[in-house]
Design a protein around this ligand. Structure first.
Ligand code: ADP
Length: 304
């Protein structure tokens, strides 16, 4: 194990809003680490503290062996940060945007690196196009190229694929996997649980706290309940009945419900009876492996 980010009791409030409540964890070199959680969980605040844009109220972090409090500028030289509000210059071309960021970072002989990055992000054919004329996915790839111009050892990505179409998202993820081969460490936030599945480890953040931290596989395995998927009609009525009359966690996905049961046989019988008595028709039910979403909802409910 080779720790590259060590977070110790990091805390930040805005007035009386406790955005990050004293979290501690480590990220290993070369891993893709995902900070996952609903809006307002404290993910961006965490990233902004780690990238030196925001001072923590208390606690500290060590990044690449440098102390965040005493060596903020040294850290900034070694990392890349793709924020949600990363701004490209719309009236500059792809080439000129990368040159601009090379300049900011004091990268002198940037042309070879720029070619590499354009190649890597498959933007070479468009290099003379103005940033304003690019699709959302291409803009995001260009932003990533700008973030990588100074060869950072760690990149921090704050919801990098939000608002990007599904095809470009896939493309973006391929690029990220290739970055891992170059031993770049990726610390990212995402609201998408399918993206979280691709991370080596994820920290589930809710209300300023880390409520689970492990590989996606282990996070899912930590659920003690069995998830039963029920196909029934009318679905909304079934959902409401379970919500109102039982303690079971229930989620609705299209025409099916996912219900978490601790004592499967007995509880399923009771549940079926309850639904039948209410006039709900059950077409099918089966135990399914828990998804990250199932586990996440469970952990958030438990934390309430
Ligand atoms: P996330 O990135 O998970 O959506 P944030 O870190 O942006 O969460 O926000 C965490 C909490 O802090 C939220 O309740 C949010 O409203 C609040 N918050 C974030 N930034 C500010 C700010 N500049 N001023 C006041 N409150 C803020």
């Amino acid at each position: 194990m080779n720790t590259i980010i060590k977070i110790e009791n990091l805390r930040k409030s805005y007035g009386n809003i406790s955005a990050v409540k004293g979290v501690s964890y480590s990220v290993e070199k070369g891993e893709m680490f995902g900070l996952v959680g609903p809006d307002g969980a404290g993910k961006s605040t965490t990233i902004r503290m780690l990238t030196g844009l925001l001072n923590p109220d208390s606690g500290n972090a060590e990044i690449l062996g440098f102390n965040l409090k005493t060596h903020k500028n040294k850290i900034k030289d070694e990392i890349g940060y793709l924020s949600q509000r990363f701004s490209l210059y719309g009236d500059l071309t792809i080439d000129e945007n990368i040159e601009f960021f090379a300049d900011i970072h004091g990268v002198k002989n940037f042309k070879e690196r720029r070619n590499e990055l354009l190649d890597f992000t498959r933007l070479t054919p468009f290099r003379d196009r103005l940033a304003d004329k690019l699709s959302g996915g291409m803009k995001q790839k260009l932003a990533l190229a700008c973030t990588l111009i100074h060869k950072p050892k760690i990149i921090f990505l704050d919801e990098p694929t939000t608002g990007v179409d599904p095809v470009s998202r896939r493309d973006f993820w391929k690029i990220l996997s290739n970055l891992l081969k170059e031993e770049i460490t990726i610390f990212m936030t995402t609201p998408y649980l399918d993206e979280a599945e691709r991370c080596n480890r994820i920290a589930l953040m809710n209300n300023g706290e880390i409520i689970s931290l492990d590989s996606p596989k282990n996070v899912k395995a930590s659920l003690k309940e069995k998830i039963v998927e029920i196909v029934c009609s009318p679905i909304r009525k079934a959902y409401d009945i379970i919500k109102i009359n039982t303690e079971f966690e229930v989620q609705m996905f299209g025409d099916r419900l996912n219900v978490a049961l601790q004592n499967y046989d007995e509880q399923l019988n009771n549940l079926r009876q309850l639904l039948r008595e209410a006039g709900v028709e059950i077409y099918d039910h089966r135990i399914i492996p828990p998804s990250l979403e199932n586990v996440f909802i469970h952990l958030i409910n438990k934390a309430l």
